[in-house]
Design a protein around this ligand. Structure first.
Ligand SMILES: *Cc1c(COP(=O)(O)O)cnc(C)c1O
Length: 409
């Protein structure tokens, strides 16, 4: 993993070790929350063409749907999996437009860009919504959800983001689900960047539906997402969607009757995803993947702290998906230069999305392991040196902000 082998030896390395594949020579690691670095065999699965109506492709679709339901813990057969063309946001929009009745009212729990996108989507859909906006990185808590549901009987649905990828915060889904169920409301979850690595078991998290996509923790390539919803909710969604292409009921109904996607499926992406699912299972499923990602995060954070960097979030809220670091206070630090230097080292990092202080993000997901993370830290050290930044400590204002955050939650 430490050295980037050429394409043919990368293949045999993957087959032999069945561990993480180094990207092909010259290809950087994507330390981003999807698209991410995929296994060689996942890429290789795309090297043939499939007829969308053909039995072989229909079998892949069926296998993918049942595998995803298994990861979601649906042993009772209460849920179904509806894949849908497009990026993750298409699936979020499809879920909201299909599962929230036109006269419904959503409570959106927002603490970053993806929660805000949900609120914006509901405006487009003409669905009434109340937004609990916690700012950049404070978690919505169970008690406040309960209070808001008590205060407003119009609210029919709560919409939560599992891991808010803008800061990397892992929101307390158990609390939120318990509060929503206690108050007799329905829960919809954007688990885009969490499902497959962070537990989301429908036997434990009472939810109407959740969404995720191909290019996050299952480690496929982009091209589609999927809604996992209660069959009862799918039945009730008939005739409700504002959009033909984003009608989850119709996609479900046609897929169940014909085994086919309604419109042209992303055939190569599905083939890659089936291979990614095989690797996911081989790694020990959700638990195995979580163990690797959590270790990636821990090695990364420990190494970065040695250089003086500080993560935004305390360990309690830090997800194993992506970590936000404060930019160093040193006057010679320039993110754009740092980014370019890191790219030359073979790592694509991610700019920050906070409004108050400068930050950047490093993803822990994809085909990367602790060796890669150590190399990332070493590359950060060399990049700082090249910039003339002697120490990566953040400005005092950032630390004060973090202290306030720790006291608030
Ligand atoms: C990636 C992601 C999405 C979907 O983004 P797309 O760019 O449409 O794929 C939605 N929510 C969260 C939390 C995400 O991380």
């Amino acid at each position: 993993m430490e050295s980037a082998p050429d394409r043919s030896s990368a293949k045999s390395a993957v087959l032999a070790a069945a561990a993480c594949a180094a990207p092909a020579k010259g290809e950087p690691y994507l330390l981003t929350p999807g698209p991410l670095t995929t296994a060689f065999s996942t890429k290789e699965a795309m090297l043939r063409d499939w007829g969308s109506w053909d039995g072989d492709f229909r079998a892949m679709t069926a296998l993918m749907r049942s595998s995803l339901l298994e990861i979601a813990g649906d042993t009772a057969g209460d849920y179904d999996c509806v894949p849908l063309q497009g990026s993750g946001s298409y699936c979020v929009e499809a879920m909201l437009g299909s599962l929230i009745p036109r006269d419904g009212h959503a409570l959106v729990l927002a603490n970053g860009a993806y929660g805000k996108r949900i609120a914006t989507t509901l405006v487009y859909l003409g669905r009434a919504a109340t937004v609990l906006d916690k700012g950049d990185y404070l978690p919505p808590r169970g008690e406040e959800v309960e209070r808001m549901l008590d205060a407003d009987p119009r609210i029919t649905h709560v919409v939560a983001v599992h891991c808010e990828t803008s800061s990397g915060i892992l929101n307390p889904l158990e609390e939120i689900a318990a509060a929503t169920a206690k108050k007799g409301r329905k829960l919809l979850i954007d688990s885009m960047s969490a499902f497959g690595a962070v537990p989301l078991d429908v036997r434990e998290i009472a939810c109407e539906a959740f969404v995720s996509s191909a290019n996050k923790c299952i480690e496929g390539v982009p091209g589609f997402g999927f809604v996992i919803a209660k069959k009862s909710a799918l039945q009730q969604a008939k005739g409700r969607s504002h959009s033909l292409a984003l009608d989850v009921y119709d996609q479900w109904d046609v897929m169940n009757r014909t085994g086919q996607w309604r419109f042209t499926p992303p055939t190569h992406t599905v083939a890659a995803f089936v291979e990614a699912l095989r690797l996911h299972q081989q790694e020990g499923g959700q638990a195995g993947r979580l163990a690797r990602y959590a270790n990636n995060r821990d090695v990364l954070v420990a190494g970065m702290q040695k250089l003086g960097f500080e993560p935004l979030l305390s360990a309690r809220w830090r997800s194993p998906i992506i970590v936000t670091f404060f930019s160093p206070a040193h006057p010679a630090f320039r993110f754009e230069r740092f980014y370019e230097l890191m790219k030359q080292e073979g790592f694509i990092i991610y700019p920050g999305k906070l409004t108050v202080v400068d930050s950047f993000r490093i993803g822990c997901i994809g085909q990367v392991d602790e060796h890669v993370m150590r190399n990332v830290v070493d590359a950060c050290a060399r990049s700082l040196e090249a910039l003339g930044v002697g120490h990566a400590a953040p400005p005092q204002a950032a630390l004060d902000e973090r202290k306030m955050l720790a006291e608030a939650v």
